[in-house]
Write a new protein. Sequence first.
Length: 354
Amino acid sequence: MTSIGELRRRTLETLSRPSYSLVNEELLILNNNANLFGINPAVQQVAESFDFSRMWAYPSENSDLLRERIATELSVSPDEVIVGNGSDELLDIVSKAFINPGDLFCQASPTFRMYKFYAMVNMATVEEKMLLDGFSLPTDDILNERAKIVALCQPNNPTGNLLDRGGIERILAESKGLVLLDEAYCDFCDSDMLGEVMASEHGIDVRTFSKAYGIAGLRAGFAMARKDMVDELRRVRTPFGLNSFTEAVAVAALDNRDWVDAKVREMKSERQYLAGKMSELGFKVYPSECNFILCKSSVKSADLVSALVDKGIAIRDFGAYPLLEDHVRVTIGPREYMDMLLEAVAPLVSGDLS
C-alpha cells in the first residue's frame, strides 16, 4: 500500500508551478488579464484618507467590513462570505479543506491551471475532461467521475466562452462532491450563477477584485457558499489574511461601480476592434465574454510569443494545452496598446519571425 509520504513525493515530482509574470518592467504586459484601462480611483481615494498611523495593528481577522459590503452588494449573508488574498488563496483553501490524499478532483480542460495545481499540492488524483466542440461543457463525462471536487470556470479561461448554463446547473444538482465555480470574469458579461450556487448544498462561487476592479496588485478575492461550508474553509485558513489597506480599497471599489462599468464598456469596444484586426491578419479568433481573446496563429505560437517579447510585448502561449495547439491569448487594453501589438504582429505572421 502506498504511504502518504510516497504519494506526496510522487506528486511533487510531477508538479510544476505555473509562471504568470515576466520580470522585465519595460514589457507591454498583455498576458495576465489584469485591467489595463487605468487605476481604480478607489486606490487614491483610500490613500488620501487612510489612517496609516494604525498600521501597527493587525487587521480584522475575517475582513468583516469587506464581507459585509460584499454581502450587501450580492444579497447574501456575511456568514456566507469568505475573503482571501486574491481568488488564488481561496482556491488553495478549498483544496486544503476538502481534499484528502488520493481523492478525485475533476475539471473541464483546457482551463485555468491553478485549479489543478492546488489539487495536486494537496495530493488529489486529477481527472481532466476535455471540452467538446465549440469548447462546450462535457457535463456527462464530469458527472460520471463522481469526483470529490469539480472545478469549473464561468466564463472559461483561456477559451473565453460561457459554458453551458444548464450543464453547470446539472453538475451543481447531481454531484455528490463539492462544485467550485470560478466566476472571476463574470463582471465582463451578463453571466451570474451565484443564485444557483447558493441553492446547492455543496457549491462555492469564487470571485476576484483582480480583473474588472483593477486592483490585482493588492490581492483581494472572495468566495460565497452556505455558512457550513464557509465555516469549514475558515478552519484551514490563516488569520489576518487580508491587510487593512487592501480591505479598505476593495470596499471603496464596490462603492464606485460606475468606474468598473465604464471600463468594461471600453474593454468590450477594444475587444471587438482587436478581434477584427487579428482576423484580418489571418488569426482564427474565438468569441469571448472576457477581457481577453483567444486566437489560433498561422505560425508556431511559441515562436510568435518569443518574437513579440523581443519587441517588448508579452502575450500568453497556450500551444502546449490540450486542444490549443498554436493558440495564443491576448489581454484587451486601450487602443494605443492594441495598435502597438498589431504593428508588432503583422510582420511576424507574414513570415518574418526575426
